[in-house]
Design a protein around this ligand. Structure first.
Ligand code: BG6
Ligand code: MG
Length: 218
């Protein structure tokens, strides 16, 4: 029996992944570093600081800490400018219906996101109060693919990983869920999310019945 669901946010609940991409690309280009959508796949689910480190290493750019902090602040300012557009209608198809069904069936809802902006974005979407626990980038020490974010979610919800399903759109997030012992439904393409237990193209049409049948089929 599934007692709780843990959701990644960026790319699962709302398409803010595109704003992270645009902001990182703008930053990389300002440093004359090339940055493609393929490279961006490696940044999904990864913390702000580790994302910057990866971009700098791709461009063979070495900077001191003060400069890195300045660049992360700049990226976040740009990200927040883009994210101004986030309104409830921006929620990805199927998410609200599924959250409502989980509430109705008394299945707990948690967030497991690397983002430090998670509460702000959930507020903008008008769904903050639906979450029984929120584990975000401000609470964790180790970024995905480390399982800490989901392990903390499980312990706050007081269920074991085997009673929880994780929904993830990032390779690093799927890896985090699997190494923590959770059943993981990937949102996106099977070729990208090959470690997930099951992959669906989006949250559209997700129901408790569908989730349970995926879990039952392994
Ligand atoms: C993750 C995103 O959810 O949060 C990453 O997939 C992002 O792209 C990370 O870098 C950290 O986000 P933020 O909002 O704290 O910069
Ligand atoms: Mg994501």
């Amino acid at each position: 029996m599934i007692k709780a669901c843990l959701f990644d946010m960026d790319g699962v609940i709302v398409d803010t992944a595109k704003f992270h991409f645009l902001a990182w690309q703008r930053l990389a280009n300002s440093l004359s570093i090339e940055f493609t959508e393929v490279q961006n796949e490696e940044l999904k689910g990864v913390s702000r600081v580790e994302s910057l480190e990866k971009i700098l290493s791709w461009g063979n750019v070495v900077l001191n800490n003060a400069k890195k902090v300045e660049l992360m602040d700049l990226k976040n300012r740009w990200y927040l400018e883009y994210a101004e557009q986030v309104v409830p209608s921006e929620m990805l198809p199927g998410v609200l219906d599924f959250l409502n069904e989980l509430k109705q069936k008394d299945i707990r809802i948690g967030l497991g996101s690397s983002s430090k902006n998670a509460v702000l974005i959930l507020e903008k979407l008008g769904i903050l109060a639906m979450f029984d626990t929120i584990i975000d980038g401000n609470k964790i020490h180790m970024s995905k693919p480390h399982p800490e974010v989901f392990q903390r979610g499980a312990s706050e919800l007081k269920f074991t990983p085997s009673e929880i399903v994780v929904f993830e759109d990032a390779q690093s997030g799927v890896e985090a869920a699997k190494s923590g012992g959770f059943y993981c439904i990937g949102i996106g393409e099977p070729a990208v999310l090959s470690l997930a237990d099951a992959v669906v193209p989006s949250m559209a049409g997700m129901t408790v019945e569908k989730m349970e049948s995926l879990v039952a089929n392994g």
